[in-house]
Design a protein around this ligand. Sequence first.
Ligand SMILES: Nc1ncnc2c1ncn2[C@@H]1O[C@H](COP(=O)(O)OP(=O)(O)OP(=O)(O)O)[C@@H](O)[C@H]1O
Ligand SMILES: [Mg+2]
Length: 553
Amino acid sequence: MREKLYSSLQKRIVALTLVVSLTPLLILGLALYRQFERTVVQNARGQISYRVQTLGEAIDLFLKERNAVLSAMADTHTFEEMAREERLTQILNIMNETAGAFVDLGVIDAAGSHVAYVGPYDLKGRNYNDQTWFAEVLSKGIYKSDVYMGFRRLPHFVIAVRRHSGGAPWVLRATIDPDILGDIIRSAQTGRTGDAYLLNRAGVFQTQPRFRHRILEEAPLDTEQFGGRVTVMEQANAEGQQRLYAGSWLKDRKWLLVIEQDPKEPLQDLFAVRNVEILIISLGVAAIIATVVITTRLMMSRLRSADHKTRELNAQLVESDKLAALGKMAAGVAHEINNPLAVILQQTGWIEDLLSEEDLRASANFDELRQAAAKIESHVERARKVVHNMLGYARRMEPRLEDVDVNQTVDQTITLLESFARSNSIDIQTDLAGDLPVIASDQAQLQQVFFNLISNAIDAIGKNGLIEIRSRRDGARLFVSIADNGPGISPERQKKIFEPFYTTKTDGKGTGLGLWVTHSIVEKMGGAIRLASQPGKGTTFTVELPIVIPEKK
Ligand SMILES: Nc1ncnc2c1ncn2[C@@H]1O[C@H](COP(=O)(O)OP(=O)(O)OP(=O)(O)O)[C@@H](O)[C@H]1O
Ligand SMILES: [Mg+2]
């Protein structure tokens, strides 16, 4: 029942402490992780947007440079000059030296005819009059094509500018090798999943993407979704994988630069952080659980032993309460009986005196009368002894303190019993320590203690034996032991001998109060009484008393 109570209490304490200490830890861990995640995701968006913007600016710069070089050549040379191919070759060389990436250069007259061309293709004499790009360059003065496969099956694109000569327009046109552009873009194809490419308005790859597609294939991405300059968005790609896209239109708004990546990739570092965090939290949790369980166990065992002690103490209290009540009652009864006993004894003495008179001796019942008187006398004697012991018990309630020499008290007690012992051939030997101090105690009660113990020893021996009495000091306590070589006391009897009215002495020889009184006197004095007995060999009672030094008068 109690064990159940303890274990449920222990469980409750452990559970409550764990909940109270672990909840904030777990909430904190989770909140920290969420906050980290949000920061990382935001960072990733910020970064990809910044990258697409700077890369877009680099590409714009590349195109602007090529346009500037082409325009500068058209501005600084006349149509006639350019129409001469050796001059055009020189100009192409200068352009490649200053900017690079020019594959060929051609001059087209107002009718759309290629009048001069230097480069790897055989384009001289071709007419572009009916082509849309030609109309566009004539009307707008500048033109850039999408990427396309040329005759050499290599992707490239063209730029063109229009000038006037003598009122008639002419066009200077150059093919650009997109490889350098590709190199710039490839620098943004980073990480495990990062990709970067250019798309035209129709969503066709203008550069080689890193994964799955080829240049000039159509991308599975709607370019219409990208507005303004830089747009960042997350959506699934054709394979159903979630992707983070950042798009930036180039200045002429014909090409869209796109950088894409797995939105989870920047979280990889965070996963490592999370694992460390989980490890730390797990260790913390384990430490907390261990501490809580161990402390609670310790607390419970302390509680258990304290509880046990309290219960024992309570039982002792109840016991001594009972004894005190018994003592009071005994004192009352003894006092009431003492007076009638005295009267009976007196009257019996008188009857005996009468019986000795002459005329009564002649009576027929004289002997019976005398026997009756003797019986009355012996029984009253016994009753007086009981009453005496009971009164002794009652008196013990308030012991007197006087200077007591314990050795001397022992000697006096022996003197009282010596002749009785000698008549039964019992030898009493003593071995008393010389260093016993005088203590503050009650001499009469102490004498009663020794008297009870020595007379018990004489009774136990019966005839022919030895009683040894020793005294010694050990620190703040002194010990007096009374050892006899009588029949000893069996373990079962040892449990009972201190109970009141327990006696083995027949014919009313013993009251059974001797040891009970002895025990309570010694206890009252703050001492203890111990018993060691071996049936068949003998018994030793040891009285242990505290050394209380008397106050100086
Ligand atoms: N030294 C001893 N050796 C063996 N038995 C003993 C010894 N002292 C006591 N006893 C046993 O303990 C019992 C109780 O002793 P206790 O002194 O209380 O009463 P009692 O001696 O029988 O009666 P009373 O003291 O009134 O004469 C005795 O009857 C006896 O059986
Ligand atoms: Mg006795």
